[in-house]
Design a protein around this ligand. Structure first.
Ligand code: F3S
Length: 752
């Protein structure tokens, strides 16, 4: 059983270690003494310390050792820049980067890709050279969407992966616990820090029966989203089990896991089964299939495993669903959809049908979709709506080009876009409707928030299976139900579409298409990382300074924030995202959304050295130039929202020392610690009110010790100084981060 099986065909020295995983599980099992869910088995087999780790679902924080890291090109920039600042020669854990998010859809695949390569040249050059330097696999623009590439190449049953993109859970279709994280977490694992995750609860979804006709795997998750809503999966892993699971292809299961992100789930998983074996074989990984078979007993839930919540779905009774508009949990079965369109006044014409994306680009999806399009063509019909196809990977594109589905879509009137995210992430130069014009679009994607696809808040975006997208594009109407409604052929004769058919895997095997992978070279010493010093999109990061060993005195309060201060208030998105690889430029958005308690306004604070009011980043820069460190006072749950690491990097970059709040959102609190800042809370939250924005404070940094309060002396502008007690959650290791200037500095030191 103790074999050396490679994780994938690309990397020679990274192996799957089921033996070690199994040993870890034996330790945990002897401690917990109860049956485990499959999700738990994956996580606990990756514990940093299986003997000592506290394990209580929904309570403890697990320290884990993931097998892999994956980043998409937008989030990879800052992650790699940070990693570089640690000065390590290569990543400590297997890592890949995927160019998929920055390609705009305009006219079609080849041209769009060419244009993107020009526009984003400096970003791609940087990523390609940094990947070569630090031993990271690099998937060039045109290779496909991160989650498809992971499924086709890197996912394996029982593995644990973190990825800097919300739909990373896609790999759960192949039995991997794949979790979407922020860049800071990715950097930790690249630098060999254990990765922390609150022990998730486990929601079981038991599938029985078998799908038929127009029902597709997508309908399972559309139904689950309707039941659980966009918040229902928070803090939980969704585990699919039951006899119905065997009836689903691996790619169909991946679709379901992918869209689990829409219910807020940590991830979703399917236990190892024979369809996974078939998929592994079809994607050149027979050895993994065999190895997994020999460990099959560890790759599914234990008998009697208990779920925190259980949902049952009978696939034989499941109807096709359409979810939306504007939210992915508004689920309507197709039989009720026409009524719903009328009742809600949703635009009745279907303007654009879009299939593909990371969610639904499998060979099965494409074959089923093409079977419907073929049916229509045989009756002399094409798509009435505009019709768009985004293949999920070069491999899928090449395979459906060889097998004819692609030509069918083109004959049907479709435009085939580049193998990339395109319209799914708003990279869509849409011309057929004006901004503000109400219209309906239907896609096989996963997210349909307002404006996501085309930046038009009046676009009603619905998500469904690729089958329904194709069928309804023929009718061009949101009222059409292919299960019950007739169409008219070119001669005016009525007919009904036949239910779709398609193969889960290509009979002739996959065609890999063009070679789009760049392996790290053998000799990496001579590689130069390409960052132009004049670039406004990229900037090399210098390691932050270590703590000077002294208490800090007379610090001004940059801003006393009042009310909600989310990571969006601290580091806004939108146009700022262009600068996500340039810390100094993006720092011009620091805290510009936070409300100043002194005047109730955003982005207007007093510079205590001049008495003038100015923008928050401008005042911070002035303090920094004058060698003055500063603090921020925050309200409740400071830093809630997305895990954006820029929200912690920016205050550190502009000279902040401490963020003192009534309470923190945990991820942001940890991110601040990682960057060498002091996240502190008022031991008595009422003390927040005692602080005046004009006060100055002293921080007794030398007092920082595990579990001990921290003293802050407050010097009011007029009035007597007083003392306040602050609390913190630093542990021993994190105190080292503060002392060394950051977690990365600490890792770099340990590696030297
Ligand atoms: Fe890309 Fe959309 Fe998936 S942005 S990763 S295709 S959800």
């Amino acid at each position: 059983l103790d074999r050396k099986v490679r994780q994938n065909i690309w990397e020679e020295n990274n192996f799957i270690n089921y033996k070690k995983m199994s040993e870890n599980l034996a330790i945990v099992r002897s401690r917990l003494n109860r049956p485990l869910t499959f999700a738990e088995k994956i996580l606990y087999s990756h514990l940093d310390d299986p003997e000592g780790q506290e394990i209580e679902r929904g309570v403890s924080y697990l320290r884990l050792r993931p097998d892999r890291v994956a980043c998409q090109d937008a989030t990879a920039q800052m992650a790699i820049l940070q990693f570089m600042s640690a000065g390590m020669p290569s990543v400590a854990n297997p890592t890949t980067v995927h160019c998929d998010h920055l390609i705009e859809a305009q006219v079609g695949g080849v041209k769009d890709l060419e244009r993107a390569v020009n526009i984003n040249k400096e970003v791609y050059d940087f990523l390609a050279s940094a990947c070569a330097k630090y031993n990271i696999g690099f998937w060039k623009p045109g290779s496909g969407i991160i989650h498809q590439i992971l499924l086709e190449n890197y996912a394996f049953p029982g593995g644990l992966l973190i990825g800097t993109d919300s739909h990373t859970p896609n790999a759960g279709g192949l039995g991997m616990a794949a979790i979407g994280v922020g860049g800071a977490d990715a950097v930790d694992v690249m630098a060999n820090l254990p990765w922390e995750l609150k022990a998730p609860k486990v929601i079981g979804v038991k599938l029985t029966g078998q799908m038929s006709g127009w029902t597709a795997p997508k309908d399972i998750i559309l139904k689950v989203a309707g039941i659980l809503t966009v918040k229902g999966g928070t803090g939980a892993i969704v585990e699919y089990h039951g006899p119905g699971v065997e009836t689903l292809s691996t790619t169909g299961a991946a679709t379901i896991c992918n869209m689990g992100a829409e219910i807020g789930a940590t991830t979703s998983v399917f236990a190892f089964n024979q369809n996974m074996e078939a998929y592994l074989k079809a994607t050149k990984r027979s050895d993994i299939a065999e190895y997994a078979r020999s460990y099959a007993h560890e790759l599914h839930e234990d008998k009697g495993a208990e779920y925190d919540q259980l949902i049952e779905i009978n696939l034989s009774e499941l109807e096709p669903h359409i979810n939306g508009p504007f939210t992915p949990d508004l689920a309507t079965p197709i039989s009720k959809f026409s009524e719903a369109v009328k009742a809600n006044g949703w635009p009745e014409e279907l303007k654009v049908g879009l299939i593909g994306s990371c969610t639904n680009s499998s060979y099965e999806d494409m074959s089923r979709g093409a079977s419907i399009a073929r049916d229509a063509l045989s009756h002399g019909l094409k798509a009435k709506s505009a019709f768009v196809v985004t293949p999920g990977s070069e491999q899928i594109r090449a395979t459906i080009a060889r097998d004819g589905q692609l030509q069918t879509f083109e004959e049907f009137g479709g435009v085939v876009l580049a193998n990339a995210c395109g319209p799914c992430i708003g990279q869509w130069d849409r011309r057929d409707v004006k901004k503000g014009e109400a219209n309906s679009i239907l896609s096989s994607y996963n997210r349909n928030f307002t404006g996501r696809n085309d930046g038009n808040p009046a676009t009603h975006s619905f998500v469904t299976s690729p089958d329904l997208v194709v069928a309804m594009s023929i009718a061009g109407s949101m009222h059409f139900n292919p299960l019950t409604d007739k169409l008219k052929d070119k001669d005016g004769n009525e007919f009904m579409l036949q239910a779709p058919t398609g193969d889960a895997l290509p009979n002739k095997g996959y065609d890999p298409g063009q070679d789009t992978y760049q392996a790290p070279p053998k000799d990496r010493n001579t590689v130069d990382v390409k960052v132009s010093p004049t670039s406004d999109r990229l900037q090399v990061l210098k390691p932050f300074n270590a703590w000077d060993g002294k208490d800090a005195e007379d610090l001004p309060i940059l801003i006393k924030c009042q009310g909600k201060t989310t990571t969006d208030h601290i580091s806004m998105a939108g146009p700022w995202l262009k600068y996500r690889g340039h810390l100094d430029n993006i720092s011009n958005n620091m805290l510009i959304g936070a409300i100043n308690a002194a005047n109730g306004e955003a982005n207007k604070v007093k510079n205590v050295t001049t008495g003038d009011f100015d923008a928050v980043p401008a005042v911070a820069r002035d303090y920094k130039a004058k060698g003055i460190r500063w603090v921020v006072i925050g309200d409740w749950n400071y830093g809630e929202g997305s895990s954006r690491e820029h929200a912690a990097l920016e205050p550190r970059h502009l000279g902040g020392l401490a963020i003192i709040t009534r309470s923190f959102a945990r991820i942001h609190e940890t991110n601040l610690k990682k960057q060498g800042m002091l996240p502190l809370t008022f031991s008595d939250p009422a003390d927040y009110d005692k602080i005046n924005p004009d006060d100055k404070v002293d921080l007794k940094c030398t007092e920082l010790a595990v579990g001990k309060p921290f003293t802050m002396n407050v010097h009011p502008k007029d009035g007597k100084p007083f003392e306040i007690k602050l609390s913190h959650t630093f542990n021993e290791a994190q105190i080292e981060w503060f002392k060394n200037g950051s977690a990365l500095n600490t890792m770099a030191k340990a590696n030297k």
